[in-house]
Every structure is written in C-alpha cells, then in structure tokens.
Design a protein around this ligand. Structure first.
Ligand SMILES: NC(=O)c1ccc[n+]([C@@H]2O[C@H](COP(=O)([O-])OP(=O)(O)OC[C@H]3O[C@@H](n4cnc5c(N)ncnc54)[C@H](OP(=O)(O)O)[C@@H]3O)[C@@H](O)[C@H]2O)c1
Length: 302
C-alpha cells in the first residue's frame, strides 16, 4: 500500500514510520509535514510531502496517490493551547481531522489509522476530549476502513514530558512534582506505540475497532519518578507543588500570545485515564514493556 503518515516527524508518527520500515511490509512510505523542504530523516526510504490539516487543498494534493493514512498530527507545544495563533485542540484535532477526512473523498484512500487519546468519550467538557471525540466521529462516519487507537501517556527518548523529570533527576537537588504525586498514569513506551501504529495499517482484526493503548502498570506520578531515579542511580527528595497554587500562578499567563503554561494544561497533565492494554496486546501480538524496561533501553546511570 501507499501509506502517508501525517505528523510523521513527531514523537508518535516517527516511531510508527521507524516500525513500518523495520517490518518491511512492502508499503511505499511518505510523511506529511508542514516543512517538506528539509531532508527526510529516513533518507530516500520515506519522502516528505507538504500539507497542513488547516488547508484542504494541500491535503487533497498530498492524498492524491495514497491508500492508507496514519493520522498523528498535534499542534506544537500541546497541551498548552494558543487560541490567538489558532493552535487549539478544536482547530487541529477537531477541525483538522474533519478536513483530513473530507480531503480523502475522491482519492484512493481506503483506510485511516487515527491516534486519539485515552478517556475520549462523548459528554466530556475538556477541550481535548471534545475535539478528539469530534475527530473520532468524523472518522467513523467517513465510510473508510478505520482503526482508532487511544493511547495513554507516551514516553521515549524524544518526549517532552517524562524527559523533563529525567533532566530534573540528573541535575537538581530535589525533584519538583506537579500536584500530590498520587495521580495514576499508565506510561507506554513509544516504540510499542510505534509497532501498534505500524501493524494497524494492515491488521484486518483491527479494522473498525477502537483500541486502548497503555503500559502494563498503573503507577502514581511519584512511582514514575522513583523509577527514573532507580534507572539513573539517583535518589533525591520529591517536592510536591500544589496544583491550585500553580493554576493561580498560570492564570494570567494564559493571556499571552504563546503562554508557557495555562490552568487547562495543568488539568491535562493531572488527568487520570486508565486503559485496558489486553485487547491491543491480543490484536497486535505484542507485550507492552514495563516503564523500567522501556527507560533502560535509552537511559543509563552516569
Ligand atoms: N504524546 C503522548 O503522550 C500522546 C498520548 C496520547 C495520544 N497522543 C496523540 O498522538 C498524536 C501524535 O502526538 P505526538 O505526541 O506525536 O505529537 P508531536 O510530537 O507534537 O507531533 C505532532 C506532529 O504534527 C505535525 N503538525 C503540527 N501541526 C500540523 C498541521 N497544522 N498540519 C499538519 N501537521 C501538523 C507536526 O509535524 P511538522 O512540524 O513536520 O509539520 C508534528 O510532527 C496526537 O494525536 C496526540 O494527541 C499522544
């Protein structure tokens, strides 16, 4: 198949392309990006194609010779929205996906794999859930074969979230933790998500399924940081910063054109959405790695 990975330069999309290349299923691979003039990170094996989910014409052109789209687009600096610059869940996840689905009409596209998120369901008030639900509904109504993946928190060598704690553990005498540290998360290693995304392209049992994706352990944020410390051979105290205090401090920042933090982003970071990894393991034939096993593939004690 001719496969286009939209958002293929990002954390998840690049892991999916890496695994598509590794599996060598014979697909012809392309990556949709807003900056196609730069060199492809995969060399001639994956060509870069220009396109923006806010621009229907660019999508139609990019999809003209595509049979399967893997959609992993997310706005820069998420989860911090910047409405003034049009960088919101609604504009990119919501309307962007509606545009992508509309652009598939009249092209050879027959299958779409979409990276949604854990906990997405109707009736949720948070902007990320509303936008992702809208996106999922557009995909379900598209008439295309679809696979909807709902991952929990994804970590890996290039992530922008757990790596903050890695830097804190390496360089600070104490580790600041947002909130009580008791909120539960199910971290999943990016390579495992990449393998699932790659297999979703041509696994018939996944067609028309909504599949949760998450690591094998439910861990509190404190347990996650203790695991990072164990892997790095460090042990400093954790200092918990109360979420209401931080939200009060962040409230005025939300008025800036490019806010460094917002109260909504703090809610996003603290949400607890647990998933059942069993069906994904059965459908795609893999075992999710524990956090410690995932971290040990790219972190070493120094
Ligand atoms: N990271 C997580 O923990 C996590 C958890 C659950 C679900 N997800 C979902 O997984 C998907 C991918 O997330 P990610 O963490 O990999 O994001 P990411 O690293 O920020 O990558 C997002 C990609 O989207 C592309 N992009 C941004 N704006 C675009 C636009 N207007 N039009 C076209 N492409 C655009 C960017 O490519 P260019 O800069 O090259 O254009 C970028 O490579 C998202 O749907 C996200 O909600 C992620």
């Amino acid at each position: 198949m001719r496969v286009l990975v939209a958002g293929g330069t990002g954390l998840v999309g690049s892991a999916i392309i890496d695994q598509l290349l590794r599996l060598s299923q014979g697909h012809e691979l392309r990556c949709l990006t807003r900056r196609p003039a730069r060199p492809s990170p995969w060399g001639p094996a994956v060509s870069l194609v220009g396109g923006d989910v806010r621009d229907l014409d660019s999508l139609r052109a990019a999809l003209a010779d595509t049979e399967c789209v893997v959609h992993c687009v997310q706005f820069p600096n998420h989860p911090i929205e910047s409405p003034r610059r049009g960088l919101t869940y609604e504009a990119i996840d919501g309307q962007g996906t509606v545009n992508l689905v509309a652009a598939c009409r009249g092209t050879p596209v027959r299958r779409i794999v979409y990276l949604s998120g854990a906990g997405v369901r109707p009736g949720r008030a948070e902007p990320w859930f509303r936008a992702k639900w809208r996106a999922e509904e557009a995909i379900r109504a598209s008439g295309l074969e679809y696979v909807i993946l709902r991952p929990s928190w994804i970590y890996g060598p290039r992530d922008r979230s757990l790596n903050r704690f890695v830097a804190f553990v390496r360089h600070l005498p104490v580790v600041p933790v947002l909130g009580s540290g008791r909120n539960r998360v199910q971290p999943v290693f990016v390579q495992d998500v990449g393998l699932i995304g790659a297999r979703a392209v041509d696994t018939p049992a996944a067609t028309h399924q909504v599949i949760e994706v998450g690591g094998p352990e439910v861990l509190t944020m404190d347990q996650i940081i203790r695991t990072v410390q164990r892997v790095l051979g460090r042990r400093q105290p954790l200092v918990h910063v109360p979420a209401p205090l931080l939200k009060r401090l962040a409230a005025p920042l939300a008025l800036l054109p490019a806010p460094p933090l917002t109260p909504a982003a703090i809610d996003f970071l603290l949400m607890e959405e647990l998933v059942d990894p069993g069906p994904a393991q059965a459908i795609f034939g893999l075992e999710f790695r524990s956090l410690e096993a995932g971290l040990r593939t790219y972190l070493r004690a120094s």
